[in-house]
Design a protein around this ligand. Structure first.
Ligand SMILES: Nc1ncnc2c1ncn2[C@@H]1O[C@H](COP(=O)(O)OP(=O)(O)OP(=O)(O)O)[C@@H](O)[C@H]1O
Ligand SMILES: [Mg+2]
Length: 144
């Protein structure tokens, strides 16, 4: 997939999340790509599709933000930016194991490379590549 502008990327995020069904553990979506590739923009699209009305800003400085959801399959949208984490241990301290075990959580994590040993096998891996104003989106290794 390709997106030509941020609004279109958010629409792709909506279509993506609408197609995800609850499982027996949290939904974990990892977002990879360079600075400015569109990870936070995609997370904002997911949040909006889940009915989050608060502004979803980059959680770079707070690492993790939790949004309560209502009227749907998940109870919480959790947005994590691992860019500033120096070790997986720092994610463990945030209660990562409990977060990923809870099937009521939907977790979107930027910069998974910082904590790669803690990413569960069932995570959906999305990658954004910058091509001028376009963004090329690859899901689990496939550009669909
Ligand atoms: N086709 C596009 N899709 C998404 N964003 C685009 C596109 N073209 C340009 N942009 C710009 O790219 C930037 C994407 O920013 P965003 O915060 O989503 O990136 P990020 O991957 O989260 O970066 P960081 O690693 O710093 O957290 C925005 O400034 C946006 O306006
Ligand atoms: Mg970001």
């Amino acid at each position: 997939m390709r997106s030509h502008d941020p609004a279109e990327l958010q629409e792709l995020a909506r279509a993506f999340i609408d197609a995800v069904a609850p499982a027996d553990a949290a939904i974990v979506v990892t977002l990879s790509g360079d600075l400015g590739a569109g990870k936070t923009t995609f997370a904002q699209g997911v949040a909006r599709a889940l009915g989050v009305t608060e502004t979803v800003s980059s959680p770079t400085f707070v690492i993790e933000k939790v949004y309560a959801l209502s009227d749907q399959q998940w109870d919480r949208f959790i947005h994590i930016d691992a860019y500033r984490l120096n070790s997986s241990h720092e994610l463990m301290v945030l209660g990562w194991n409990e977060l990923i075990a809870d099937s009521k959580n939907i977790i979107v994590l930027e910069w998974p490379e910082r904590v790669s040993d803690l990413i569960p096998k069932h995570a959906v891996q999305i990658r954004f590549d910058i091509k001028n104003e376009e963004r090329i989106i690859t899901i689990n290794g496939q550009e669909n």
